[in-house]
Each structure stands twice: as structure tokens, then as C-alpha cells.
Design a protein around this ligand. Structure first.
Ligand SMILES: Cc1cc2nc3c(=O)[nH]c(=O)nc-3n(C[C@H](O)[C@H](O)[C@H](O)COP(=O)(O)OP(=O)(O)OC[C@H]3O[C@@H](n4cnc5c(N)ncnc54)[C@H](O)[C@@H]3O)c2cc1C
Ligand code: FES
Length: 321
């Protein structure tokens, strides 16, 4: 009944100059960046882009691109090291992707925490950014899935929005759980009187309600929705909805995903996690994003690359420490 969401890994990626359409403040420290990109390949929920705010085509003299025999090879200009933007791109999950003819609208949501995101915060309509993507493997929902429970924590919420849209199109019953530290850090639109203070799903978040998906919101400090961690609410939801057809899909801080995986395992439910391992190249070259992975049926473990083998893994196969 369900359509496989995933394509061959790393097919069809490219480097693109994207035009900023909007950079909308959502809540404290969070923005939605809406980008227009020509000829951007098809993507799947869970895939990501590597973004840089430096334009792809450097100013004349910015990079040395040709050199005489015996001369030094191409160098980064000293300006590069003094620039406010960092050297390396940063990864961001695709939060939405729509296509109109040759032009794609790609949306990401980001929290301002460091060097790159501070240069993203000041982007205005008409600016250009460089995108590499779509990268990685997305969520591969098993055939026979009867219900999906989404669990997004903090900056792990964006891929849940893209996934929610696809699940709704595939008519798979879905419940969304979103967890943040406090209400000022919820980058979503609260509607219809807001979430319940009990772990009862309601049409209370516009971004999910527009797909007919009910949501439970949790805040660590109890300032909105259910007080406490997202896994407390997940435990209640899985007590009511369990069985081999139920799949939990999660993204967020590592400890949240580890706790989510343990909760799903306790209920005998499959759990897919989109890992946000710090990474550099995003393309399987630098080996900076390794995790320990236990191949199904094996007693031994191997390394896997989060950027190309993931970022989505079945948590059954992840060795967390
Ligand atoms: C596959 C993937 C998808 C992601 N999707 C999103 C997204 O949709 N929205 C979003 O806001 N962020 C997302 N992130 C995290 C995002 O890449 C980082 O927030 C970003 O690198 C910050 O760049 P910066 O230069 O502003 O911060 P930096 O100056 O690089 O870092 C600031 C601080 O944050 C810490 N930090 C940076 N990245 C991470 C990380 N991945 N995990 C834990 N700590 C980190 C650093 O150690 C440092 O202490 C994703 C990461 C991955 C791997
Ligand atoms: S980020 Fe370079 S190999 Fe994964």
C-alpha cells in the first residue's frame, strides 16, 4: 500500500546557486530560508543539503584558478581566513521541496548557533547562496506500515515536516510529536487554542494540521503543551498504538534519538532515526561523520558514514557510544 520513498543513494546530486526568496524569523533564534533553485534534482524526506553563504562564483582574484608551471598550486586567498563565514559548508535537512517546471523551491529551517548560521541570519531576498545536494539517504518506510509516529526534537523538526507531507500523500495515518526546551524555541505555528497539556494529539500545529496530522507538543520547562521530555509522550502514544505495522521516525539531539530508540524498542516497534552527526564534506570523502553500525544478523560491528550511508538508519543497527 505504501510507495517506497527512497531512491538509489546519492543519485543525482549537484552544486547549485540558489536565490533567497525569503528568510523568515520563526521564533527565538530560528528562521525558515526559502530558496529558488533551477534544475534541483528530486529529493526525499531525510535528505539534506550542504549550504554555504559564500557565492559559488568567486569575485575576480578571490581564488587563484590558474598558475604557471613551477608556481604554487591554487591557494585560498588570505581574505578567506579573515572572512566572517567559515571555510566549510554546513548540513541542513530539507524541510520542504516543491517543483514548478525547471525551478524548485527548497526550504530549510535553521537555528542560529555559530559562525555559518550568523551569516545566514542576515540573508535577504535576492541574495545568493551555494547548495550542494540533495545528499544522503532519506526515510525508507517499510511496506506494510500501518501508522507512523514522528518525533522531532529542536532542529530535528524540519525533516519531520517534509516527511509528514509525503506520508499524508501516501494516506498513512500519522501522529506528530515535537519537543523543544521552551515555547520560545518552537519554530512552528500554534493554532486552535494550542496543544493539550496531556499527551493527547490535537490539530494544534498548522504545519502538521494542513496535512490532517494531529500533534503533541512537549516542552522541557512546561511552558507549552505537555511538560517534560518527548519520550514521555511517545511512551503514552506507543501504549495505545503498537504492533508490527507501527514505525517511529525521529530526528533531534543524539540523546533524544537514543531515548526514542529505547522507547520504541521497549514497545517492539521499528524506529528510524535521522542522525545529525557533525559532518564536513557530506559526500563520503573526509570520513568525519562515522558511526558504529551493527549489520543485521552480525555479532560484529563496522563503521558507516552518516552522510552517504545515512543520515537515516534503523536504530536497531546503531551502536550509540
Ligand atoms: C544531516 C544533518 C542535518 C541537519 N539539519 C539541520 C537543520 O535542519 N536545521 C538546523 O538548524 N541544523 C541542522 N543541522 C545542524 C547544523 O548543521 C549545525 O547547526 C550547523 O553546522 C551550525 O553551523 P554554525 O557554523 O552556525 O555553527 P558552528 O560554529 O559550526 O557550531 C556552533 C556550536 O554548535 C555545535 N554543533 C555544530 N553542529 C552540530 C551538530 N550537528 N551536532 C551537535 N552540535 C553541533 C558546535 O560544536 C559548536 O559548539 C543538521 C546537521 C546534520 C548533520
Ligand atoms: S561528511 Fe565527509 S565523509 Fe561524511
Amino acid at each position: 500500500m505504501f510507495i517506497a520513498m527512497i531512491t538509489v543513494r546519492n543519485s543525482n546530486r549537484g552544486m547549485f546557486t540558489a536565490r533567497v526568496e525569503q528568510n523568515i524569523p520563526l521564533c527565538e533564534e530560528h528562521y525558515r530560508l526559502v530558496l529558488k533553485v533551477k534544475e534541483f534534482p528530486p529529493s526525499n524526506p531525510g535528505q539534506f543539503v550542504e549550504l554555504h553563504t559564500r557565492p559559488d562564483v568567486p569575485e575576480p582574484g578571490y581564488l587563484i584558478t590558474e598558475w604557471a608551471p613551477g608556481a604554487r598550486p591554487p591557494q585560498l586567498d588570505a581574505e578567506e581566513f579573515r572572512a566572517p563565514a567559515p571555510l566549510l559548508r554546513r548540513p541542513y535537512s530539507i524541510a520542504a521541496h516543491t517543483v514548478d517546471g525547471a525551478v524548485s523551491t527548497v526550504e530549510i529551517m535553521y537555528r542560529v548557533i555559530g559562525k555559518m548560521t550568523r551569516t545566514m541570519e542576515v540573508l535577504r531576498a535576492g541574495d545568493s547562496v551555494s547548495l550542494l545536494g540533495p545528499l544522503g539517504c532519506g526515510f525508507n518506510i517499510p511496506s506494510g506500515t500501518s501508522r507512523v509516529v514522528l518525533a522531532g526534537g529542536g532542529v530535528g523538526i524540519p525533516p519531520m515536516l517534509y516527511l509528514a507531507e509525503r506520508l499524508a500523500k501516501a494516506n498513512i495515518p500519522t501522529i506528530a510529536l515535537v519537543g523543544v526546551q521552551r515555547k520560545e524555541l518552537l519554530p512552528l505555528q500554534v493554532i486552535d487554542g494550542g496543544p493539550s497539556t496531556l499527551p493527547v494529539p490535537r490539530h494544534c500545529i498548522e504545519e502538521f494540521a494542513r496535512h490532517g496530522i494531529e500533534t503533541i507538543v512537549t516542552t522541557d520547562d512546561g511552558s507549552l503543551g505537555v511538560a517534560g521530555r518527548i519520550t514521555g509522550a511517545l511512551d503514552v502514544v506507543l501504549s495505545e498504538h503498537t504492533g508490527p505495522g507501527v514505525v517511529v521516525c525521529c530526528c533531534g539531539p543524539t540523546r533524544m534519538m537514543q531515548a526514542t530508540a529505547a522507547c520504541a524498542q521497549a514497545h517492539g516497534v521499528t524506529c528510524l532515526a535521522s542522525l545529525e552527526q557533525p559532518m564536513a564534506c557530506g559526500m563520503g570523502t573526509c570520513q568525519s561523520c562515522i558511526i558504529k553500525f551493527k549489520p543485521p544478523g552480525s555479532t560484529d560491528w563496522v563503521y558507516r558514514l552518516t552522510c552517504t550511508d545515512g543520515p537515516v538508519f534503523n536504530t536497531r543497527d546503531i551502536i550509540w557510544n
